[in-house]
Write a protein that binds this ligand. Structure first.
Ligand SMILES: [Zn+2]
Length: 244
């Protein structure tokens, strides 16, 4: 069966002499593993469209559960991400998170929009990459089912006084109330940024500004929260930290 789908290449793994196995996040939100034959040979027409981080239109052929790429046309290759090592490292980290979060069976079209918007922001907008990273981490934590609840302090039931954010429970506590897990003090600016990231329109995900100290707190918080809830490490994140 032939099917045409647009999708983002999250990963490419070389196999056999000249082939690649791709992991593609499609527009419907499903994840597809597909073999691209002969793409490592010189003059392969497919090689640009099937590389990691490319957004392309694929013609897939499925036979007995195996999917092959018949044709592929690049739509956006994000060249800027390939010429800047820090941006490349971050985009690769986003791709790894998308791969872990996406499900082959479950469709979640917001995932590819998050991926494409984030790649676009990294590649084309003059935005602090730490803000793009923080927004991506918190938004994908939400899609993975780990949305924090930025509500009243769960201990005393009031708006948290001198609030601290628990990486374990994803809630705001008063500095003086008993807390669960490691906590990070947050000010109004950080709380407003978190609300914007979690509940705002995906199109405006990166449209906020912060002071330097706020960016640092937000960055520590979102990465700590993500690692706490995904319960694993990411090679691409270690690579990024080796650079910055
Ligand atoms: Zn309290």
């Amino acid at each position: 069966m032939h099917e045409t789908k647009r999708g983002l290449v999250l990963r490419e793994v070389a196999y056999r002499e000249a082939d690649m196995m791709l992991t593609v996040l499609t527009e419907s939100g499903g994840k597809v593993s597909a073999a691209a034959r002969g793409v490592r040979r010189k003059n392969s027409k497919l090689s640009a469209a099937v590389q990691s981080l490319a957004f392309s239109e694929f013609s897939f052929y499925e036979n007995g559960g195996r999917v092959t790429v018949n044709e592929a046309e690049p739509i956006e290759l994000f060249f800027e991400l390939r010429s800047d090592l820090v941006k490349f490292a971050l985009a690769s980290y986003f791709a790894e998170l998308l791969e872990v979060t996406a499900d082959a069976e479950v469709e979640n079209p917001e995932l590819i929009r998050l991926g494409l918007n984030s790649f676009y922001a990294l590649a084309k907008l003059q935005k602090d990459p730490r803000i793009i990273k923080a927004a991506f981490e918190m938004r994908i934590a939400r899609y993975a089912g780990y949305a924090p609840v930025l509500d009243l302090c769960p201990v005393c039931g009031n708006t948290a006084r001198h609030p601290v954010f628990s990486l374990e429970t994803g809630t705001l506590y008063c500095a003086t109330c008993p807390k669960v897990g490691k906590t990070i003090p947050v000010d109004e600016g950080v709380i407003a940024a978190l609300r914007h990231i979690l509940y705002g329109d995906l199109k405006k995900l990166f449209s906020f500004r912060m002071e330097e100290s706020g960016i640092q707190t937000l960055a520590t918080l979102t990465e700590g929260y993500l690692l706490e809830h995904f319960e694993r490490s990411f090679k691409t994140l270690s690579f990024y930290h080796g650079l910055v």
